[in-house]
Design a protein around this ligand. Structure first.
Ligand SMILES: NC(=O)c1ccc[n+]([C@@H]2O[C@H](COP(=O)([O-])OP(=O)(O)OC[C@H]3O[C@@H](n4cnc5c(N)ncnc54)[C@H](OP(=O)(O)O)[C@@H]3O)[C@@H](O)[C@H]2O)c1
Length: 304
């Protein structure tokens, strides 16, 4: 049995789907079921379900609002992970915890490796970096997976924002000087289930790993790919104009280089994620063919 905290988020819902497809026993607990800062509730959930593995997919992921909601960001991204890690250690259960490229400042030439020093630019990034440290010190039997630019058919994300805006606008202006790897939450969920059997408590594959889709693009490249994949279905071909970060000021600063070197994960677990275009195309087509309501009221990060 795997227990997931944050079970109603993008990754949580993809874990539920992936587990269902593979007949893997998994219980996903939403925020409404368990608040991860509530140590008694977390411990009770672990005692009740007796999992072989806990996945913490919960987090405060609103990057710009975090700049002013600092206490909330610290709850979700630092205190919560510390609480989950302590409960896992107490119950001798290994923990998979999810972190982010935003722990880095983006100043490196080339992809970040796991041992590069963190230097977050935002409250979100700082609270996530602190959460990593809290996990490391509370539960040595952990896998911290840093990922980037997550999207999914579920929840709020950049891909859905692009499809929603493309339905009504003739031109989208999208940031073209931030580089990263759009990563499907579905791919990440499948990877977590694939490595789960390796994560027995007496195992040795612990530590921090980078896991993103293969290949690199910009938010502009990501948006262009989404629009092109959906266009044969939607009939919508808005122009996608490249703009600079300076043309689209946001509350939180973001790294210009979010590229993560994923070779340690591949060496350790024996596989890596496919190229980012494959899942972007598939997800964009699936959503384009679905009802417009499925696009929801998504976030407008990095699009003007
Ligand atoms: N999204 C990205 O682009 C991205 C990139 C890199 C890394 N990550 C990391 O990947 C992980 C999963 O991200 P995601 O995109 O799936 O996030 P998401 O869709 O925002 O889901 C996060 C979930 O965590 C829940 N949550 C927040 N605070 C909680 C608390 N105190 N107790 C219990 N649940 C809580 C949220 O519930 P409510 O909505 O009810 O608060 C939400 O259901 C996070 O750790 C995130 O930092 C995300």
């Amino acid at each position: 049995m795997i227990v997931v905290f944050g079970g109603n988020g993008q990754l949580g819902r993809e874990l539920v789907r992936a587990a269902g497809e593979r007949n893997v026993p998994l219980t996903a607990l939403a925020h409404a079921n368990v608040d991860i800062v509530d140590g008694a509730a977390v411990a009770a959930a672990i005692a009740h379900h007796r999992p072989l593995l806990v996945v913490n997919a919960a987090g405060y992921t609103r990057v710009d609002p975090a700049e002013s909601n600092i206490a909330q960001a610290e709850r979700g991204n630092t205190l919560g992970p510390a609480t989950v890690a302590a409960a896992c250690a107490e119950a001798s259960v290994p923990l998979v915890h999810i972190s982010t490229d935003y722990v880095f400042d983006g100043g490196k030439l080339g992809a970040y490796v796991e041992t590069d020093p963190v230097r977050p630019l935002s409250v979100y990034g700082r609270t996530k970096a602190d959460g990593e440290e809290a996990v490391r010190s509370a539960q040595p039997h952990h896998v911290i997976l840093r990922t980037a630019w997550l999207y999914s058919e579920f929840g709020e994300n950049f891909l859905k924002t692009m499809l929603r805006l493309a339905a009504t606008r003739e031109e989208l202006r999208v940031v073209a000087d931030q580089h990263g790897s759009p990563t499907s939450a579905r791919t990440l969920a499948e990877a977590i289930l694939r490595i789960a059997p390796r994560l027995r408590y007496e195992g040795d594959a612990w530590g921090t790993f980078h896991f993103t889709a293969d290949g690199v693009t910009t938010w502009h490249g990501f948006a262009s790919r989404v629009i092109a994949a959906a266009a044969p279905i939607t009939g919508r071909h808005p122009g996608v104009m490249a703009i600079a970060t300076a043309d689209y000021p946001t509350l939180a600063r973001r790294p210009s280089n979010s590229c993560l070197d994923c070779r340690l994960f591949a060496r350790t677990f024996g596989f890596s994620a496919p190229h980012w275009t494959l899942e972007v195309d598939r997800t964009a087509r699936t959503l384009a063919a679905a009802a417009p309501e499925s696009l929801g009221g998504a976030r407008a990060d990095r699009v003007a």
